[in-house]
Design a protein around this ligand. Structure first.
Ligand code: 13P
Length: 337
């Protein structure tokens, strides 16, 4: 493990005014996204879509890294350049999703555990050769009647730490992503308490498994009302509640926190990040690692063939989130565009 390489990469991933594009949808997930615009889920279409995103002129100003799905890591852009090489040539760090998805947790109805540890050490060598310098593993914590159980939280935290330790052994920075889902009818207070329990368990395991905090990036959910909760907390409340939990649970040695968007509207995801940064300074950088909130508008504008419209929409969201990472976004900037 090279501590300096890990720390340098982690800091570059959360560099001033830049964040991460999560474009690592599995073949099943991208199928859902393509279906929404009536595009067939074929290898050439997936390649053309990712090509559109990664050839957006100027997106690198706001984008420090891109998380790729395994297929994309080994694919080439339409001009024949391997995608990781294309990204690196723009100063964008290529990363790779390495988990194999969330599966039912034995003996725990409605709860999930993320798989993918078997053979991971060997896969990381391959990914590094292909140009990946960081990785992602997403654990899913579901809120519901009597859940999450401590069993589920601990099984997921343990796996996240095992993954993170393996990444660091290979000088690959782990993005540690424990996602508390926001789909239920719970209040923001319940989300705060579940996120608190989850992060406590995650950092306990990371410490126990000798993970270098200076060489990782945390990718958490924001503390937010469940989508079906009738009482939706406002933006300022979300920002303050998220900061409260993070300050209690995330050591200052962690260089940065890059949030997932988790189904928030594009503008909410931007506004929440912006308010948190306006409330700074904080011990860690606060930025984005959005999938849907960076891609939804671009996907729609692209529609299967209009690359220029897709790029324009992508650049706009990247810029808005880049400004939010600095605490310099204003709602008026959306209307101006
Ligand atoms: P969303 O921003 O759409 O939640 O996706 C981020 C991600 O990478 C989830 O693992």
């Amino acid at each position: 493990m090279n501590e300096q390489i890990l720390n340098e990469t982690a800091r570059a991933m959360v560099a001033e005014g830049r964040g991460i594009l999560a474009a690592d949808e599995s073949t099943g997930t991208i199928e859902k996204r393509f279906k929404s615009i009536g595009v067939e889920n074929t290898e050439p279409n997936r390649r053309a879509y990712r090509d559109m995103l990664f050839t957006t002129p100027g997106f690198e100003q706001y984008t420090s890294g891109v998380i790729l799905f395994e297929e994309t890591l080994f694919q080439s852009a339409l001009d024949g350049t391997p995608f990781p090489k294309l990204l690196a040539s723009k100063g964008v760090i290529p990363g790779i999703k390495v988990d194999k998805g969330a599966k039912p947790l034995a003996g725990a109805a409605d709860e999930l555990v993320t798989e993918g540890l078997d053979g991971l050490r060997e896969r990381l060598v391959k990914y590094k050769e292909a140009g990946a310098r960081f990785a992602k593993w997403r654990a899913v914590i579901t809120i519901g009647d009597g859940i999450p159980s401590d069993y589920c939280i601990h099984a997921n935290a343990h796996a996240l730490a095992r993954y993170a330790a393996l990444c660091q052994e290979a000088d690959i920075v782990p993005i540690v992503e424990p996602e508390v889902l926001m789909d239920a009818d719970n209040t923001i207070e319940v989300c705060a308490s579940v996120t608190d329990r989850t992060l406590e368990a995650v950092f306990h395991e990371l410490h126990g498994q000798r993970v270098l905090l200076e060489g990782m990036v945390l990718k958490p959910n924001m503390v937010i009302s469940g989508k079906k909760c009738p009482q939706q907390a406002d933006r300022e409340t979300v920002a303050r509640a998220t900061l409260r939990v993070l300050k209690r649970r995330v050591p200052a040695a962690v260089p940065g926190i890059a949030f997932l968007s988790g189904g928030q509207s594009d503008e909410d995801a931007t506004a929440h990040l912006d308010i948190m940064n306006k409330l700074g300074p904080h011990p860690w950088k606060l930025t984005f690692s959005y999938g849907r909130a960076l891609q939804a508008a671009a996907l729609k504008a692209w529609g299967g063939g209009n690359a220029d419209a897709g790029r324009k929409a992508h650049l706009h969201r990247a810029k808005m989130n880049g400004l939010a990472a600095l605490g310099r976004w204003e709602p008026a900037l959306e209307k101006a565009a």
